[in-house]
Write a protein that binds this ligand. Structure first.
Ligand SMILES: [Zn+2]
Length: 368
């Protein structure tokens, strides 16, 4: 069976369609003006095309059949939405832009009854407009969302001495934990930048020991859609004032998301023999702010029910040991497959189209 290893690059076939629709056509928000309904264009779940070039023969047919059957089930799984790199993923922009992005994202989440948690890099709060940047985090809490720690400056544990890394994470809770405490809440979740968890067991144990002593749990990821790759292209198109390219990128992003969410549902079922709760990695990007209604629709069509991270983490799957030690920033289905010595259906994993894929690690622009 070839469903064994994550393939290098497999060219996805993207279907043209649009979504979201709403207002403004100035600056980075212009993409919101499209009104083409996604209802007519989005394929029914059972018809999602998982067929990729380079796959062949019986192996592929079996994998595709499995995914179609898995994805067409009406069973509801829980999914926790998590947004990294708060307050703003990508170019820093003006405080007015950052406020508009935050409002659009959090109001969209509220409108569609989607609980979420945002993971903060407090380095982004530095600067002359510090108080206003901190107010962006308050908007997340005002909207009923949770906040977590994503380190101060988005370091990788793979490339940072553990003492330095711990100091950075400790520095990264100063404001966020105070904001939570104002509301009688506590900061409890940590998300590894780049999902890089260290290259030796000693480093991992030392850091996660520190996390435990300080009341944190690791927030794993069991569903992702490469949103940062599309978001980088989207931000570039907005900077060029290239409206049609921004629209095309967003269509491709939503098409890909529909495909990859179906894949994760099937992969989770194959790995565990039942449907687990998912933790979905997203970013606080302009692209997601412009797409939250369409993302909500994709979740509904995939029979996914949005819940808090706390709720999703009650699934016993999250007690499976993460035994992976190495340089790859893999999500946790991959890690569990290593622990359980069971394969995931890699041959049918939809790939981010080459046009949007970025070979390097996610960029981070604290100085922009
Ligand atoms: Zn991040």
């Amino acid at each position: 069976m070839m469903c064994s290893e994550r393939p290098p690059v497999c060219h996805g076939r993207i279907q043209a369609q649009d979504a979201e629709g709403s207002t403004s056509e100035t600056g980075w928000r212009f993409d919101e003006e499209h009104h083409i309904s996604r209802d007519a264009a989005e394929p029914p779940i059972g018809e999602i095309k998982m067929i990729r070039v380079s796959a062949s023969g019986l192996r592929f047919a079996l994998c595709s059949l499995f995914l179609l059957v898995a994805a067409s089930s009406t069973a509801a799984e829980d999914v926790a939405l998590t947004f990294d790199d708060l307050p703003v993923y990508g170019p820093r922009g003006t405080i007015e832009e950052a406020t508009a992005l935050t409002d659009k994202l959090t109001r969209g989440l509220m409108r569609h009854h989607l609980p979420a948690i945002g993971f903060v890099n407090e380095i982004q709060l530095e600067g002359a407009d510090r108080a206003l940047r901190i107010a962006l985090l308050r908007r997340w809490l005002d909207a009923g969302m949770d906040l977590g720690n994503h380190s101060y400056s988005h370091l990788s544990l793979d490339h940072t001495p553990v003492e330095v890394y711990i100091a950075d994470v400790a520095r990264g809770e100063a404001i966020t934990s105070a904001l939570l405490e104002e509301r009688g809440q506590k900061e409890r979740w940590y998300r590894y930048p780049y999902l890089e968890t260290g290259t030796t067991m000693d480093v991992r144990d030392r850091f996660e020991g520190w996390l435990g002593v300080h009341g944190y749990r690791v927030a794993p990821v069991t569903m992702e859609n490469g949103d940062w790759e599309f978001a980088d292209r989207y931000d570039e198109a907005l900077a060029r004032h290239d409206k049609s390219d921004a629209r095309r990128i967003r269509r491709a992003y939503l098409d890909f998301t529909g495909q990859v969410v179906a894949w994760y549902r099937g992969a989770g079922l194959q790995l565990l023999g039942r449907r687990p709760s998912f933790v979905f990695l997203l970013h606080a990007s302009r692209l997601n702010a412009a797409s939250i209604g369409s993302l909500a629709k994709i979740l509904r069509r995939q029979h996914l029910r949005a819940v808090s991270l706390d709720q999703a983490m009650t699934d016993p799957a999250y007690a499976i040991a993460d035994t992976y030690i190495g340089p790859d920033g893999d999500e946790w289905l991959t890690r569990w497959s290593l622990t359980l010595h069971k394969e995931l259906p890699w041959s049918t994993l939809p790939q981010v189209p080459e046009l949007y894929a970025r070979p390097e690690a996610p960029s981070y622009h604290p100085s922009q």
